[in-house]
Design a protein around this ligand. Structure first.
Ligand code: B12
Length: 220
């Protein structure tokens, strides 16, 4: 990475670490102007800063107001970058339908939205149900929309349990065989995915694309 690029990405991180949405927007626009890819700005700028703030929150160095302000700065960045990430590089027919949701009890939606945007850019039809989606509503939507894949995001150790709940409900309602399930989110691991009977785990947005293509047998 050239010095300039490093400097601009640092500006994005610093703006978020200063909990300043306006400055974040300014830095993101500057990064776009010099030709940085929206994904790079998101991953090497926004996500890294949010992780850092999460760590400080865990260590009791910052508190809820800071977490909220950082979230707002992150959302402001995503608002600019999301439509740019969604743009398809080429006209390809849809690889399949993915239903995305952050599970019940969990309002974190930045990571899920990023995953959705990257899936769209890579040729998937994405239906995003949003955050804090009740398990029963999700099941209803699977019945109604017949997706190929359901992607479940959870950002807290407590709400990870609701990923398992969704899979159990899919089994109970006889829908499990009709749909593949991929899980993700900061506390989620490959091991957890296996334990709850998910078909795959995605560590980040690009990994989600790779794993979903594998699940649907899409070869290129
Ligand atoms: C921003 C933030 C918030 C914002 C959220 C704003 C929003 N609209 O999303 C606000 C302020 C609202 C918030 C609230 C809370 N938060 Co919070 N938050 C964060 C923070 C700092 C960043 C999350 C983020 O957006 N990261 C950036 C995105 C891009 O990364 P990501 O979400 O991990 O997503 C990537 C991957 O995980 C993956 N992925 C994500 N979803 C999916 C889905 C699929 C299908 C796949 C394949 C992949 C995938 O791909 C993404 C792209 O690479 C994290 C810290 C952290 N380390 O995660 C804490 C964190 C998640 N929050 C935490 C807590 C405790 C809370 C609160 C309970 C605080 C409180 N006392 O009220 C509340 C929760 C309220 C609720 N009921 O949900 C804890 C959770 C701890 C735990 N028990 O597990 C964390 C870990 C902070 C910490 N270290 O203590 N938070």
């Amino acid at each position: 990475m050239s010095g300039d690029v490093k400097e601009i990405l640092k500006k994005v991180r610093d703006a978020i670490l200063e909990y300043n949405p306006d400055k974040t927007v300014e830095a993101v626009n500057e990064a776009l102007k010099v030709g940085l890819s929206p994904m790079k700005i998101m991953e090497k700028g926004v996500t890294q800063a949010l992780k850092e703030i999460g760590k400080m929150f865990e260590e009791g160095k910052v508190f809820l107001p800071e977490l909220i302000m950082a979230g707002e700065a992150g959302k402001a960045a995503l608002k600019i970058l999301e439509p740019k990430i969604k743009e398809r590089k080429e006209k390809i027919k849809s690889y399949g339908k993915v239903l995305l949701a952050t599970v019940e009890g969990d309002i974190h939606d930045i990571g899920k939205s990023l995953v959705g945007a990257v899936l769209m850019a890579n040729g998937f039809e994405v239906i995003d149900l949003g955050a804090d989606v009740p398990t029963d509503k999700l099941i209803e939507k699977v019945k109604e929309l017949k997706p190929d894949v359901v992607g479940l995001s959870a950002l807290m150790t407590t709400t990870m349990l609701n990923q398992e709940k969704v899979i159990k409900k899919l089994e109970e309602t006889g829908l499990r065989g009709t749909v593949k399930v991929i899980v993700g989110g900061a506390p989620v691991t490959e091991e957890w995915a296996k334990r709850i009977g998910a078909d795959a785990y995605g560590a980040d947005a690009m990994d989600a694309v790779k794993k979903i293509k594998e699940l649907l047998n899409i070869k290129e």
